[in-house]
Design a protein around this ligand. Structure first.
Ligand SMILES: NC(=O)c1ccc[n+]([C@@H]2O[C@H](COP(=O)([O-])OP(=O)(O)OC[C@H]3O[C@@H](n4cnc5c(N)ncnc54)[C@H](O)[C@@H]3O)[C@@H](O)[C@H]2O)c1
Length: 338
């Protein structure tokens, strides 16, 4: 491995830029190349954070020997294409969530990564959030977990609502929630039983925008989830978790505005931004994006296993839960997760 970890970013929109900014603060990283079909978007990031070249052709970036790890930050329909191509080119991979929109595509990525013996991390950055991990630390074995991720209606024209490019709120964003529910329980989901459907986007009948579901885990614990773009929970904030451990409860609210946890029955009563080290009192660190990039680089450079990170099988599980929730709504029957 050369002195610096060579990084290439494919997709230079919002998340490509966010990761470039955090990588710029890691001295062992050299971002070499940026790929975007809008070359001007690639050039704008390069002029801000430095690098060797920009291209409109992602495969040019993937063919470059100076690149050790490719960050795939495109819309969802391209994740499988570039992840498989990156694996075949021998690159390690970071792919934004969801890993892909179908179970089959996720499994194809898993096979490509295994065959090429490369590392792959999925962008479930909340696993690195100090708030999420404080909740996990105080209540390591929840009996019942409640999770909510609810947005005001996303625009019909948003790419994330395109059935092919984005998949709609439940697949596009719900994957974060499904992964978090696993992360809290650390037990495989066995079944999911969902109700819901298309409540807010009648003009896009292919997508599912509203899910209320129950998940049964192998260890006997249960989870209850509410996800979609059908409103704004003014009191709790969009992302809200409640872990019931029998003798202890932890409630995380205001995650995207002023994150805070209140505990009941635990040695600690409250956990807020002021409990974080000063350097972590910013949104990117509090939500896990900073820790995620640090762990990725340590994995690639030093082979330090990022125990908190979502790997390929975690990405597949999260997509599977969304897909099976939709199947459950359509069939009216609980679905097995396997
Ligand atoms: N983890 C999170 O919190 C989080 C938040 C927002 C978005 N995301 C994810 O990040 C990914 C990107 O979302 P975004 O909001 O940055 O989207 P975006 O629209 O801002 O950026 C996507 C970029 O990809 C480029 N692109 C399109 N086709 C391409 C191709 N063939 N090759 C190279 N580039 C191409 C577009 O021109 C655009 O610049 C998605 O997977 C999304 O779900 C994650």
């Amino acid at each position: 491995m050369p002195e610096k970890v060579g990084v290439g970013i494919i997709g230079c929109g919002g998340m490509g830029r966010h990761h470039a900014r955090n990588l710029a603060n890691i001295p062992e990283v050299g971002v070499r190349a940026y790929a975007d079909i809008r070359l001007e978007a690639a050039e704008a990031i390069k002029s801000e954070f430095g690098g060797d070249f920009c291209t409109a052709e992602a495969h040019e970036l993937l063919a470059d020997d100076r690149i050790d790890v490719a960050l795939i930050c495109t819309h969802h329909h391209l994740h499988k294409l570039y992840a498989v191509e990156a694996a075949q080119a021998g690159k390690h991979i970071f792919v934004e969530k969801p890993l892909a929109l179908t179970i089959e595509e996720c499994q194809e990525i898993e096979r490509a990564v295994e065959a090429a013996d490369v590392k792959l991390m999925v962008g479930f950055q909340a696993r690195f959030s100090p708030f999420i991990n404080k909740l996990k630390e105080v209540i390591p074995h929840p009996l019942v977990t409640f999770g909510q991720l609810v947005d005001p209606k996303w625009g019909d024209q948003s790419w994330a609502n395109d059935p092919i490019e984005g998949g709609g709120n439940v697949l596009s964003q719900g994957c974060h929630l499904f992964d978090m529910m696993y992360w809290f329980n650390e037990s495989e989901p066995v079944t999911i039983h969902a109700e819901g459907g298309n409540f807010t986007h009648p003009n896009i009948p292919e997508i599912t925008d509203s899910v209320v579901a129950t998940i049964q885990y192998a260890n006997g614990a249960v989870g209850s989830v509410v996800v979609g773009d059908f409103g704004a929970p003014a009191l709790t904030g969009k992302s809200f978790y409640e872990l019931f451990g029998g003798d202890k409860t932890g409630t995380l609210y205001g995650y995207y505005s002023e994150p805070a946890i209140k505990f009941w029955g635990a040695d600690i009563e409250e956990f807020t931004m002021t409990d974080l080290p000063e350097a972590e009192r910013n949104s990117s660190a509090a939500h896990g994006y900073v820790g995620e990039m640090r762990a990725l680089i340590d994995w690639v450079a030093e082979d330090i296993d990022p125990v908190m990170a979502a790997k390929a099988k975690d990405g597949t599980r999260a997509t599977m839960l969304g897909v099976k929730a939709i199947e459950s709504i359509k069939t009216g029957a609980p679905q097995r997760i396997s």
